[in-house]
Design a binder for this molecule. Structure first.
Ligand SMILES: NC(=O)c1ccc[n+]([C@@H]2O[C@H](COP(=O)([O-])OP(=O)(O)OC[C@H]3O[C@@H](n4cnc5c(N)ncnc54)[C@H](OP(=O)(O)O)[C@@H]3O)[C@@H](O)[C@H]2O)c1
Length: 305
């Protein structure tokens, strides 16, 4: 397939470019503020630029991990959140449809209220935050607008990432610099290894799947437990980590607490494995250490004391 990845400078988009090319597809990526060599600049809210890119590239599939992903920022900027998370992707989806392209929209477990997770695809959505609402509205608009639409919901994505923004990088930085970190022990979720998410997304398109799929790590655990697991895998000292409640953090946007995504539907449809956190963290460490897969970084790391 020929693919266009809008938002290839983010961690999911970069993993998508890699997965697409590794599976023999042609892929072009875009960035907004963080330039990436070989990628095109593109603001998804600029209709003419989006049209130009889509009509020039003529993709079979458009992957759209682009988004305003800072949940607390979205809470105070709901119009901007809707413009980037709902209206821009809808416009790109419609333009792609004029060429017959399929569209993959990336959404989140934050469409759920976190009272009864882990959630299946058909469970009723009730977003608590502006970010969650912008994504839920984006999902519905895109599914209603075109028949060849795939909505991928995911959560707590981690793994190698050139911007080093994700939770595991924050944890590594804080632990190595001896800084304390307060981590909620009441937010349950399904941490997702970015390379698995990308490979599974591409497989969905290869199989021409449509509708909503949950692509997330296998299993659920709370954020503090995930941090302790990451400390073990990366040989970090967890003594400065403090388990707190989400309420203690007083964040601007409410978070779904008992969340997580059930991946039974994806497991039945796909060959790509969606690793559980322990295996995903081991893969991340191997990738960061530049070691070929197959070694045992944990044992060696623990050996270092
Ligand atoms: N990461 C998670 O834990 C998680 C969880 C649930 C759902 N998701 C969803 O998965 C998708 C990908 O997440 P991610 O972790 O890769 O996010 P990310 O690292 O924050 O990347 C976001 C991407 O969107 C691009 N972007 C931002 N504003 C744009 C605009 N106006 N026009 C075009 N592109 C724009 C960014 O470009 P620049 O960096 O160049 O500005 C970047 O490439 C998002 O839609 C997110 O909502 C992520």
């Amino acid at each position: 397939m020929r693919a266009l990845v809008i938002g290839a400078s983010g961690q999911v988009g970069a993993a998508l470019l890699q997965a697409l090319r590794a599976r023999g597809h042609e892929a072009t990526g875009t960035y907004a503020h963080h330039a990436v060599e070989g990628c095109w600049p593109l603001d998804i809210t600029d209709a003419r630029a989006v049209e130009h890119a889509i009509f020039f590239i003529k993709p079979d599939w458009i992957f759209c991990p682009a988004g305003l992903t800072h949940v607390d920022y979205c809470e105070e900027h709901p119009e901007e959140a809707r413009a980037i998370n709902r209206d821009g992707p809808l416009l790109a989806a419609r333009m792609g449809q004029r060429l017959g392209a399929g569209f993959v929209y990336y959404s989140t477990e934050y469409v759920f209220d976190g009272t009864a997770g882990p959630y299946a695809e058909e469970d009723p959505a009730r977003p608590l935050s502006e970010y969650g609402r912008s994504k839920w509205e984006g999902e519905r608009a895109i599914l209603a607008a075109l028949p060849r639409a795939l909505v991928v919901r995911t959560t707590v994505v981690y793994g190698p990432d050139s911007q080093e923004k994700n939770f595991v990088y924050q944890l590594i930085r804080n632990c190595r610099s001896g800084q304390g970190m307060r981590i909620p022990a009441d937010q349950v979720s399904s941490p997702t290894y970015n390379a698995d998410l990308a490979a599974a997304s591409v497989e969905c398109c290869e199989k021409d799947l449509r509708g909503v799929y949950h692509l997330a790590g296998d299993g659920v655990l709370d954020r503090h437990a995930f941090a302790l697991l990451a400390c073990r895998i990366f040989a970090l000292d967890p003594s400065r980590l403090t388990a707190v409640t989400t309420a203690d953090l007083a964040q601007k946007a409410p978070r779904p607490l008992r969340a997580g995504l059930s991946i039974a539907k994806a497991r039945a449809a796909l060959q790509t494995a969606l690793r559980a956190p322990e295996a995903g963290l081991r893969a991340m460490r191997q990738a960061l250490d530049g070691r070929p897969p197959g070694g045992d970084p944990v044992d060696r790391a623990e050996g270092l004391g």
